[in-house]
Design a protein around this ligand. Structure first.
Ligand SMILES: [Zn+2]
Length: 649
């Protein structure tokens, strides 16, 4: 019970101390979320340096191949025996090796078969095949013969692990011997295959021998499955290859033909010698001569063996048919060749001209072509590249044929010379190649880029429509419908934008891009190596651009919000309120029009956005400002142009 006395007693107790004054609010605590924060890349090491160079401890494995293969044109079966001399230059002792068995994508139960609709471009389109591996043996260890020790193997889809009978220490090598066979698919994922022409079967042969997977310092064994869309990652080495085909067939392959006396007629040898010295196209087998007996050397067995040697290449491919038209020319000691059936688009008569232009253009502009020959073959494959030889669709002609030829031959630089991982980083070969293709096409057609027609400006449409993914995605993770946009068009447009409109100095850009090619020729660069090498040679921190363009789908949207004037004793100052509501900042090209009719162009560097996405450009002009326009040349892929212009009301 509460009595009055108790209440009074309570009131007489000393009052509780007053609460302490509230602590001042803590300041906001945030990380660096600016688009200009440094791009997080793997820590530099003595293998891959902060400058973007391969460092003094850089190492790379090597695989040298000897392949003896024959093609049975009745069953379409290739039977081969190969030796692979594998040199372990890593600091690691290896107890097993991984090999790529790409043909296993055509097994009915393969992951590629499960993932690709039957009629998809990169599928086998119902064909069931795959490798039969007869044996895998160790022939030599550390240079000593060891008498054909069989090795245990485990196949996992398109890769196979071979257990070494003795560990392979650093600095040593082992020679494996494999015997294998497979049936050539008609549609080999649009990368190889065969097609029947009136004169007989035409074969385009690739992914045709078990190949060493790459063991590198960044990931160890690279064992990504061959699923169709993602291409390849291979070690460099020298190849000695023989290909046995029916006597009536003509073969074209990666490398130098070592036995022309056995497989070519005296006329063909003379024409090839003439072609090598000729700027213009010379017929080796003319259309009127195709398939005639005199085009093949007389006598001997029903088959002929063509023998090739190729140095410092990551792969070997070939084509064979009894009915090739064959023509050739020369550039700087390189034999340029085209082989196509009489049924090919008539435009193929210009293939050698297109190929010669491409090899010459890329050599003079970026890096000298290092191989003895460059061959374009017409067949069922729409467009695919291998060292020294490319396959382009026989239905292509005119500008379409030029485009696919200069693209596939541009791959001689990316990834054949600069040996990036195509399966993980398709933008580093397709994108860089598409970029150099732009200039090859402009040079061939004596063309220029019109206003608003630059690849960068054209990218704005795809970006605005959201037809975009981060190009850094692995090849098989890209939406097949967006592959061309994301891995070809966008990286090419980005480099074009960088060269012409961000760096805005083509000489400085070209020096840096050539430096990247030189530094990583015959090596295995990663994206970080490219970004670092470019920044090092350009003298720019481009974290903001690499992140927004290659790692994300950030868009560019530059805007003029308003214009105000201020009068004081010093005169009239104009304040132009700019904004960058898109997540990807850019330098700003402003065109200011004055009341007296004159215009003034101002470039504001990308650093105007360092403090945020609003910026006030303040100046005194000679007359009233009546119009302000951002990017009047339409050089930047701005996704909303309607906010780029302010006019005085
Ligand atoms: Zn390509």
């Amino acid at each position: 019970m509460l009595t009055l006395a108790l209440v009074l007693a309570a009131l007489q107790q000393p009052a509780a101390p007053p609460p302490p004054p509230p602590a001042p609010a803590l300041p906001p605590q945030v990380g660096d979320t600016s688009p200009f924060r440094r791009l997080a890349l793997p820590s530099p090491t003595l293998l891959r340096e902060g400058s973007g160079r391969a460092g003094p401890r850089y190492w790379q494995q090597r695989a040298d191949y000897t392949i003896r293969a024959s093609l049975d044109t009745a069953t379409h079966v290739i039977t081969g025996r190969e030796t692979i001399r594998y040199s372990n230059n890593s600091p690691d002792t290896l107890t097993y090796l991984w090999l790529q068995l790409d043909q296993n994508i055509y097994r009915a139960n393969s992951r590629g078969a499960a993932l690709n609709p039957t009629d998809a471009r990169f599928a086998g389109q119902g064909f069931e095949g795959g490798y039969t591996i007869e044996y895998v043996r160790a022939l030599q260890r550390f240079g000593q013969a060891i008498g054909r020790a069989p090795l245990a193997t485990t196949v996992n889809g398109t890769v196979m692990r071979a257990e070494l009978d003795r560990p392979l220490p650093p600095g040593q090598n082992v020679t494996l011997e494999l015997a294998y066979r497979f049936e050539v698919p008609e549609h080999g994922s649009d990368r190889m295959g065969r097609e029947r022409f009136p004169g007989g079967w035409l074969y385009e042969i690739a992914q045709w021998y078990p190949r060493l997977a790459v063991y590198d310092d960044v990931r160890g064994w690279n064992t990504e499955q061959y699923l169709g869309q993602g291409e390849f990652y291979l070690e460099y080495g020298d190849f000695d290859v023989t290909i046995t085909v029916p006597r009536s067939f003509v073969v074209a392959a990666t490398g130098t033909l070592l036995n022309p006396l056995e497989v070519l007629t005296p006329t063909e040898r003379a024409r090839l010698a003439q072609a090598l010295k000729s700027d213009t196209t010379v017929a080796v087998i003319a259309k009127t001569e195709v398939g005639q007996a005199f085009t093949r050397p007389v006598g001997g067995t029903p088959t002929r063996t063509w023998h090739y040697s190729a140095k410092s290449v990551r792969d070997v491919a070939w084509a064979a048919a009894p009915n090739f038209i064959w023509d050739a020319s020369g550039y700087n000691g390189v034999l340029i060749q085209s082989l196509y059936p009489p049924e090919a688009n008539a435009g193929w008569a210009r293939s050698t001209e297109y190929a010669r232009h491409s090899i010459k253009h890329y050599s003079e502009k970026w890096f000298r072509y290092p191989y003895p020959t460059a061959i374009n073959v017409a067949g069922p494959v729409g467009g695919m590249e291998y060292p020294m030889i490319v396959f382009c669709g026989h239905r292509a002609g005119d500008r379409g044929l030029f485009g696919v030829t200069t693209h596939e031959l541009g791959h001689q630089w990316f990834p054949m010379v600069v040996g990036s991982n195509e399966r993980l980083y398709p933008w580093m070969d397709e994108g860089f190649n598409s970029f150099i293709n732009i200039y090859s096409g402009l040079a061939f057609y004596h063309d220029t880029v019109g206003p608003g027609r630059s690849p960068a400006a054209q990218w704005a449409r795809a970006a605005a429509a959201g037809r975009d993914q981060p190009p850094i995605l692995a090849a098989d993770r890209v939406n097949p419908a967006l592959l061309g946009n994301v891995e070809y068009f966008k990286p090419a447009a980005g480099l074009y934008l960088l060269r012409h409109h961000i760096i805005d100095d083509t000489t400085r850009f070209d020096r840096a891009f050539r430096e990247y090619i030189r530094r990583w020729a015959y090596k295995h660069p990663t994206p970080a190596d490219f970004f670092r090498s470019m920044e090092d040679a350009l003298g720019e921190d481009l974290s903001w651009f690499w992140r927004g363009w290659f790692y994300r789908t950030d868009v560019i949207d530059l805007a003029v919000d308003s214009v105000r004037v201020r009068q004081d004793s010093t005169g009239t100052t104009t304040r132009i309120f700019l904004a960058s509501p898109g997540a990807l900042p850019m330098p700003v090209d402003l065109r200011v029009t004055l009341a007296n009719g004159s215009t003034e162009d101002v470039r504001l560097p990308v650093e105007i956005w360092w403090l945020g996405n609003h910026y006030v450009y303040e100046r005194k002009f000679a007359a009233d400002v009546v119009k302000v326009e951002i990017d009047p040349g339409q050089n930047f892929p701005d996704v909303r142009r309607e906010n780029n212009v302010w006019t005085k009301p």
